[in-house]
Ligand binder design. Structure first.
Ligand code: SF4
Length: 197
């Protein structure tokens, strides 16, 4: 059975797609046999918005945040993110999206205005300190152009989303302190994330 939402610590995570704009070699999808935090996140089919909402239930106030996470990039399913977030905000939830930061390029438009008022926090992965390194570490859809695209997405996001965070996974061959400097240089928050094997 598909896991559409699951609790971890005090937050609820939503798993609405396995599709992504990147194909990171370190992604858990490379070894689907394993579970993530006790849940198999591999989807047989992508859920409808209503199926995701049904999986959340009505007792939302107990969660600190509701997080679009995956393993995939939820912003590929922009329409569903908007529908689910609209419902979540009607219940006063705090909504966060974890993303690869390539949604504008993927959809070929600025999608951020559509998230205004629906998303409180956006966490944007930046696992790389320059276009070449980022391309090598993450295999993004738009190759070396992805690095600048992500930084521009983070800059633009500040106009529409109250809290913008660049995150970097503590990979062995990545200097996360340099990613932190990039985040500082564009005036967004930064968080290092442990590598979950
Ligand atoms: S961005 Fe995340 S979901 Fe996408 S391939 Fe990389 S680790 Fe996996």
């Amino acid at each position: 059975m598909n896991t559409l939402s699951y609790q971890y610590l005090d937050s609820l995570y939503l798993n609405i797609t396995n599709r992504c704009m990147m194909a990171c070699p370190y992604c858990i999808k490379q070894k689907w046999a394993g579970n993530f935090r006790g849940h198999s996140l591999k989807l047989d089919t992508e859920p409808t918005s209503q199926e995701v909402i049904n999986s959340i239930g009505n007792d939302i106030s107990k969660y600190k945040e509701i997080i679009f996470c995956g393993y995939g990039d939820s912003l590929i399913r922009l329409k569903e993110v908007i529908e689910i977030s609209t419902w979540l905000k009607s219940k006063n939830a705090v909504v966060r999206i974890n993303t690869a930061g390539l949604a504008n390029r993927y959809h070929q438009k600025n999608i951020l205005p559509e998230l205004k008022g629906l998303v409180d926090i956006i966490s944007i992965s930046l696992n790389g300190t320059n276009p070449q390194e980022h391309n090598k570490l993450n295999n993004p859809m738009f190759a070396e152009e992805s690095f600048d695209e992500i930084i521009n997405f983070a800059k633009l996001a500040k106009q529409y989303i109250p809290l913008v965070v660049i995150t970097a996974v503590e990979l062995q061959n990545l200097d996360v302190s340099k990613v932190e400097q990039i985040a500082k240089s564009i005036d967004v928050s930064f968080r290092a994330r442990p590598y979950l094997d």
